[in-house]
Every structure is written in C-alpha cells, then in structure tokens.
Design a protein around this ligand. Structure first.
Ligand SMILES: [Zn+2]
Ligand SMILES: [Zn+2]
Length: 387
C-alpha cells in the first residue's frame, strides 16, 4: 500500500504581507511589544518571587545578572517603540504605544532595581521565570535554526493559529510547578516497586550508560502512552488537540490538551523514579528531551545523516502529524525510532515529507473549543450508543 502511494510536495503560498522586512516598522513593532510584555512579567516575578518563580529554576540562574538583562530589555523596548513610530505610518503605532505603556508600568513598579532577598519557597507557584527563559532560549536556538535551515522557506513566523499555540506555550510553562507536583505525586504510588538493588546497580554505571538507559526506558513508556492516545477511541479526542495544528514550527509542539500535558509528565516520571539514576544523568536526559521535543516540530531541514535512523528527527515526527493515509497512527516514539521499528509503526519514506498536516476531522480553532472537545466527542458517542 505504502509503495503505491503518490507522495506530493507541500504547497505553501507566499504571504508578503506577513513577511518581516527591514525598514517597514514591523520588526521593531514586534520586538518592542514582546520585550515590553516580557519585561513587565519579569518585574512582577522580581516583586513576588515566591509566587511567580520556580524554586528548582532559581537554583540554576543568577537573579542579579538577569536583572542586568532586564535593564537592557526595558531600554531596548522603548528604543524599538520609538523606531516603530519613525518607520511606520499607521497600524503598528498602537503596538508601539502599548509597548511604551507596559514598559513605563514596569519602571513604576521598581524596574530593574528591585532588591533581591531570600525567597521562602512555595510549593505551588506560577513559572514566569521558566516562561521567559524558555521563550528567549527557543527564539535564540529554534527560530534561528528555522531561518537558517528552513524546510518551508515561505512559511512565516506568524503563520495561521500561532496565537493559539503561543497561549499553549505560556500555559505549559506557567503551570510547570503544578505539573511537577502532579507527576511526583503520581510516581510516588509506585513506591512498592522501588528496588534498592536495581537502583544501586544503575548508580554503579557510568553516567553515559545511565543516560542511554533513561532515554530507552522513558521512550518505551512514552511510546505506549502515545499509542494508547491514538488507538483507544476514548482517549483520542484528548490527543487530537495536539494534532489539530496544521503548520509545524518551534511553537506547534506546545499545542496539547492540559490532560495530555499533565499525564505525559506523570507517566514518564515512573521510569525515572524507579531507575533512581544520578542527578547528573537525569539533568542530561531532561535537557535532551526538552530540546528534542521542540526540534522535532520545527520547520527545519537539517541533514542528520545516519542519525535519522536512530533518533526521532523533524522529518520523522512531521510524518506523525500528517493526515495522509500511509502515515496515520505511525511514528509514536519520542526519542529514538527503536520502538516504532520493533512494534511495526515506523513510517519514513526516503526523503519525502508530508504534504498535509492536521486531523482528518477538523477541531474547533479556539482554545475553549479545543479544551471542551473531548467532552463534546464523548457526549456525541454516548448519544449515538443510546439512540
Ligand atoms: Zn500523536
Ligand atoms: Zn507532535
């Protein structure tokens, strides 16, 4: 069946109105507005660190150094807002004015000179620090890669529904402490399965071997969790939200029903908890997993060479998002292609890429509709059974 399938190439229409070109005021408008929002959020995080930052992340960064970055962000926001006024004749000026207002509110609240003291850690907080750092990191790494090695050069940054995915991106990062509390609580149910002899055997291994073991164990759990989301009819409407995105890029992978976001972390926490690997191995895994999860959705075409037969790559995961027949319910793995190979769900047709992305049945194109979608589908199925 797959051999006879006619693969098509994807058509992306040029959208000159949405392209970023120098001298039009559009770039400065987006820069000033983004910087003003991020700066105001950062000022609030410095004001109420116990409620608006994450304890685990605070250990990693230097809050005083980041305050220097905040200083530049605030001044650059004002600079780009003024540039927007100079360059643009009309529609972006409102954003420029908005950016100036937000930055001035930031200055009024204390700006970049709020004293930093000891923070009384709260268990449940909003991860504003995690949101800002992840956003800046993603733009620096992945948006840059998409510009340097694009798969679809004509796909613009503000492609259709990017705002929806930005909402999901913000939610997933702000909710980080709630997600971790839930995942740890879930894993603690497996207390009885903890084996001290297994854990000490794992800890006796070199770190690189521990990392390989964690990657494979996590991949196995994620493979079956993901496959269940596709193949168990009741679960699919939850996961369909992730698949409703029709343009893949660094932001697209953020789209996901909150039930899936929470359950995925909770499931992957089980093998991590049982293996009891060293913290250094866990840190390497978490960093690798976080970067790979974004990379595989990116609009990039990098020659991975033989690595594409070992690791999940953008081409492999793009096929998972395709609505074309040979690709439906394939490529479930998150890290390596091993389990798709083993369990017969592997689909990587040479150098072909999908022509179509999304679900065969279209989902609502707004957040509330997507959040409600599983309930809507369950009610529909129950109705059909009753009648
Ligand atoms: Zn899926
Ligand atoms: Zn995906």
């Amino acid at each position: 069946m797959t051999e006879h399938y006619q693969y098509q190439s994807r058509q992306i229409e040029k959208n000159p109105a949405k392209e970023f070109r120098f001298g039009e005021g559009r770039i400065s408008c987006y820069l000033s507005f983004t910087l003003s929002v991020l700066s105001l959020l950062a000022v609030l995080a410095y004001l109420y660190p116990a409620y608006l930052t994450t304890a685990a992340l605070r250990e990693v960064y230097d809050a005083e150094q980041l305050q220097q970055v905040l200083k530049y962000a605030m001044y650059f926001s004002l600079f780009f807002a003024v540039l927007t006024f100079v360059l643009n004749k009309g529609k972006y000026k409102a954003y420029g004015l908005g950016a100036i207002t937000l930055t001035l509110i930031g200055f009024a609240l204390g700006g970049y000179s709020i004293p930093i003291g000891n923070v009384e850690p709260k268990e449940l907080s909003l991860g504003i620090d995690w949101l800002i750092l992840a956003f800046l990191g993603s733009v620096a790494i992945f948006m840059t890669m998409e510009k340097l090695f694009p798969k679809y050069r004509d796909q613009v940054i503000t492609r259709p529904e990017w705002g929806i995915d930005m909402f999901y991106f913000c939610f997933n990062h702000l909710a980080i402490s709630a997600i971790l509390i839930f995942a740890n609580y879930h894993a603690s149910h497996f207390d009885r399965a903890v084996s001290p002899s297994v854990q000490s055997a794992v800890q006796a291994m070199p770190v690189w071997l521990q990392v390989i073991l964690i990657v494979l164990a996590a991949d196995f759990v994620l493979y079956w969790e993901h496959r269940a989301y596709h193949e168990v009819k009741t679960l699919w409407p939850i996961h369909a939200v992730h698949h409703s995105v029709e343009h893949l890029d660094w932001l697209a992978g953020s789209r996901g029903h909150f039930v899936q976001v929470f359950s995925e972390r909770a499931m992957v926490m089980i093998p991590l908890y049982l293996l009891g690997a060293d913290e250094s191995a866990l840190n390497i895994y978490v960093t690798f997993a976080a970067l790979q999860a974004i990379l595989i959705h990116c609009n990039v075409d990098i020659p991975f060479g033989p690595l594409k037969y070992i690791f999940v790559t953008p081409q492999f995961h793009h096929w998972h998002h395709s609505s074309e027949k040979p690709a439906i319910d394939t490529n479930y793995s998150a890290h390596t292609v091993l389990f798709d190979r083993l369990f017969g769900t592997y689909h990587l047709p040479g150098n072909y890429w999908p022509a179509e992305y999304g679900t065969t049945v279209r989902l609502p194109r707004h957040i509330l509709g997507q959040t409600w979608y599983p309930i809507y589908r369950w009610k529909q199925r129950l109705g059909k059974k009753v009648s």
